[in-house]
Design a binder for this molecule. Structure first.
Ligand SMILES: C[S@@+](CC[C@H](N)C(=O)[O-])C[C@H]1O[C@@H](n2cnc3c(N)ncnc32)[C@H](O)[C@@H]1O
Length: 207
């Protein structure tokens, strides 16, 4: 971690971070208002999180990651862009969803470019497994969306199959959705597209 990232963790995490707790999050208390809520899982360096939160100040964002340099980078963006609608949790997303996110509380869940674990023997480490997808579906309000993007075709197919098997979710498309304009194109993704890589967007709606 760079000295600037270390400083951001010391000074900004107490301001914009939410500590992991084995109790439901009081969204209205945290943001001092009642607004649609978006949970981003695996926010990485926070480039997309900050862009979406900046574009939609009427919505509140909770971003989760375990990668501390990424958390520090997002904290610096929150401070620089004065984003009052973003909070960060530096903890495992599976545990956060299980204990901190109440049922029927989220309008959207974003999982952009989850670690693909490309080797077959590592597929079991993939985040979007049936039990986690079921937990996510239960946290959405009816009509809320789970939006996943990946540049790994076999993971994309696995995600569609897993979500389609979850009774609370309905696919918003026949299989994959066109990339929505409100998902910002990151540098990483733009570079991949230039090299001819494809990206699959999967958007399911809570019934
Ligand atoms: C490939 S990166 C993508 C980051 C970002 N969404 C993007 O599009 O640039 C996947 C991210 O998910 C995070 N991650 C993986 N498993 C996680 C978990 N169980 N809880 C929280 N974050 C997780 C990793 O630390 C990493 O930052």
């Amino acid at each position: 971690m760079s000295p600037a990232q270390r400083d951001a963790l010391v000074t900004l995490l107490p301001r914009y971070g939410l500590a992991f707790a084995a109790a439901p999050l009081d969204f209205e208390g945290v943001f001092a208002r009642r607004a649609p809520r978006v949970l981003e899982i695996g926010c990485g360096m926070g480039e997309t999180t900050a862009a979406i939160a900046q574009a939609r100040p009427d919505q509140d964002y909770v971003a989760i990651d375990v990668h501390m340099p990424g958390i520090a980078s997002l904290l610096r963006r929150i401070e620089a862009e004065r984003l009052s609608n973003v909070r960060v949790i530096a903890h495992d997303a599976v545990e956060v969803v299980a204990t901190m996110i109440p049922p029927d509380s989220l309008s959207r869940i974003h999982v952009f470019f989850p670690d693909p674990w490309p080797k077959k023997r590592h597929h079991k480490r993939r985040l979007l497994k049936p039990a986690f997808v079921a937990a996510l579906a239960q946290r959405l309000v009816p009509g809320g969306t789970l939006h996943v993007a990946t540049d790994w075709e076999d993971y994309a197919n696995e995600i569609v199959a897993t979500c389609a098997a979850e009774p609370r979710l309905v696919n918003s498309a026949a299989d994959f959705s066109p990339r929505p304009d409100d998902r910002p194109l990151t540098k990483f993704e733009a570079r991949g597209l230039k090299l001819g890589h494809r990206v699959w967007d999967v958007i399911f709606v809570r019934a």
